[in-house]
Design a protein around this ligand. Structure first.
Ligand code: ADP
Ligand code: MG
Length: 377
């Protein structure tokens, strides 16, 4: 190990105190680090776990300064932290991932271009920056297509499925005429994600590939091992590693892929952080993605990512609040994780549960029956 190692007793910071920040704080504190979270929300889930909660806006220079002074290294919980803020703290202390990687991940067009150069294959798409671009983009991509805003989209927000030029024009107007990409809507056989960890010495570890099912644009379930061929699984891991290398990335990088019906692996998007589809690692792997995040930012060797058990992760959204807990606790192989949010809204991620079983079929059967009990369907 060549770089400086940051060891227990040191202080780690996280920009963002939602569920990802919270689970990072739990992992870091478990390992004996002090934790500082910066988040404007006085009730953010990570605030209850961190040693110090700096309650301030992500662009507040004095708050960022204070955080940088207190922390031996800082990480991010989501990609929409202004990169200028990251640059500010990076002038004082180590920040992983770097602002350059963050800026690429903040923009769909930039990340697709970068991924293509690194040797990944994005879904066919065209860039749209003004009204005049719509008609040539439509001619190039065809319909049906999906219009996605270039920045600030998540959980299907800022996306419109369009079937003709008229729909495309009104979708562009609804998106606020901001810069967008128009993507070909492909026939998806399944969606998978690969999460890799890379440290400053370029040591890399990859978690088992997850198969992801979405509902209304939001992740519903992750199934591990993914039910795809060994070739596809290996390709996904290799491509994610390629991307991490090309970015000279330090931290956790999640890469979402589509497997088309004709068995092509398309790059969809990346996230410069732990990912919802990696929550299964908390119970089913030797090392969780959050412990791995700590290890990467501290210059430690990546932890073993071995899968200890087949697992299905199910997201719990505000739509089904309050759930009937007895449906979960009646099972002896479900691990419940709640994020400490008091206010439930439709689509809001409140928690998740992991079902561990001897095989993926059994885990999936339990996950589906418990979920339908919870949702009363
Ligand atoms: P988000 O940033 O909201 O996660 P994504 O680009 O990952 O946005 O899209 C959300 C979901 O919409 C995907 O997981 C997939 O189910 C569907 N989707 C997105 N793009 C396409 C596409 N080009 N063809 C078919 N389905 C798509
Ligand atoms: Mg996505």
């Amino acid at each position: 190990m060549s770089g400086k190692q940051i060891l227990p007793g040191s202080t780690l910071g996280v920009l963002g105190g939602g569920q990802l920040g919270r689970m990072f704080c739990v992992a870091a504190r478990t390992m004996g680090y002090r934790v500082v979270v910066l988040d404007p929300d006085p009730h953010c889930g990570a605030g209850l776990i961190a040693d110090i909660h700096i309650q301030a806006d992500y662009t507040d220079p004095a708050a960022l300064e204070k955080m940088a002074e207190q922390c031996d290294a800082i990480t991010l919980e989501f990609e929409n932290i202004p990169s200028q803020s990251v640059r500010q703290v990076a002038a004082k202390t180590a920040v992983y991932p770097a602002a350059e990687s963050l800026e690429i991940a903040q923009n769909r067009d930039a990340e697709k271009q970068f991924a293509r150069k690194a040797g990944l294959q994005p879904v066919p798409y065209a860039t749209i920056s003004q009204l005049e671009d719509l008609s040539p983009a439509a001619a190039e991509i065809g319909f049906p297509a999906i219009l996605k805003s270039n920045t600030l989209g998540y959980d299907g927000k800022g996306q419109f499925v369009v079937n003709d030029l008229g729909e495309l024009e009104s979708a562009f107007a609804s998106a606020g005429a901001v810069s967008c990409v128009l993507e070909k809507q492909i026939n998806i056989h399944c969606e998978i994600s690969a999460i890799v960890a890379r440290n400053a010495d370029a040591r890399l570890a990859s978690f088992p590939v997850a198969e992801n099912q979405h509902r209304n644009g939001i992740l519903h379930m992750s199934i591990v091992p993914a039910r795809v061929s060994d070739e596809i699984r290996q390709q996904a891991v290799d491509k994610a590693a390629l991307l991490a290398g090309a970015l000279d990335y330090v931290g956790i990088l999640a890469v979402e892929f589509f497997v088309s019906e004709d068995n092509v692996l398309y790059f969809n998007e990346m996230a410069p952080r732990p990912h919802n589809s990696g929550h299964y690692t908390k119970d089913a792997c030797v090392t969780s993605q959050f412990e791995q995040q700590v290890r990467m930012m501290c210059g430690l060797t990546p932890g073993d990512t071995r899968l200890l058990s087949p697992v299905v992760m199910v997201n719990m959204l505000g739509d089904l609040w309050l759930p009937d807990w007895s449906a979960i606790f009646a099972q002896n192989n479900i691990k419940l994780h709640l994020y400490g949010k008091t206010e439930a809204r439709p689509g809001r991620k409140m928690g998740h549960f992991n079902v561990l079983a001897e095989d993926v079929g059994a885990a999936l059967a339990t996950a589906e029956s418990v979920f339908s009990e919870l949702s009363g369907s």
